[in-house]
Design a protein around this ligand. Sequence first.
Ligand SMILES: [Zn+2]
Length: 337
Amino acid sequence: MVDTVQSVTGPLLPEQLGVTLTHEHIFINMTRTTPQDGYLNVWAEAEAELGLFTAAGGSTLIEVTNGELSDYAAPVGWSQDPRDMQQNPRTGSRSVANVLATKAMAEATGVQVILGTGHYYDTYLDKRWFDRNATNTIADFLIADLLDEIPGTGVRAGVIGEVASDLSHITAVEERSFRAAARASRETGALVSTHAASFPTGLAQLEIMREEGVDPGRVVIGHADTVKSVDYSLELARRGAFVQFDCLMTCRIGGNLISHQIDRRLSYLRTLIEKGHQDRILLSQDVCQRSHTRALGGPGYTFLFEEFRALAANAGIDPEVLDSIHTANPRRAIFGQ
Ligand SMILES: [Zn+2]
């Protein structure tokens, strides 16, 4: 259990969280795998999207852009020193410009932003950096981000994530990233939030956490809704992890609702709730590409509070249950209570 969680503008108590999105990005660079669209770095666009979030009743956003995804992920001209734009070459931490721009954005919009720290999946990882640093050293860098500061920013991370494996198996370098994340979580009590985009990598991630002595209740398995089997989500919940349906960006594209994506998720949600796992569910949109913004017809940070709410009610999911998923569950995940 932890008493407060660090946001970019200071510590937050459980009752201050309010409506919380648990897996989002504000400034992110994923052009290595999505060269056309995977770049959010325009101040005015981010400010407008976050304004819609607060207007829809949102208050807190967990920003899980990790070190690799923070490389050059800041508004143009934010820093005159190119080193500030780069992922920290020594500690692997988020870039200075990314952290400071995110903090300024939180101050400008009033959104409470909790930053993640950690490492992305194999394609993005610097193998030589991992080879040169012991797993415990990598854990120490994460611990310093959480307890001291993300180097050069005066800002602390609040959670560990998104920590990632992208294929059905976990690669050697990813395994070390997960073990470092687990050790940092044990040391700090911080929540671990993952990227698990294929079956059955979330189960393998949980197994590493268990081996390292992390309680599954301190782990959020992300992108669980990309796996087209409700049994997988049920198994994650049975093992005590949080099951995160965060790929809602596939539900609204170019202004159109994608009904097969929505219907499948609503059906899984209903099953999880009926089987008694309501308190293990987290929902988010994972805005990480320009096409995901409301301005370009994507879900933005508001789909869950707008169209999705009405569709869920039609599917027999009580709005009060959704309210509790948006507020009580993030609180339970972050604070372990
Ligand atoms: Zn993400």
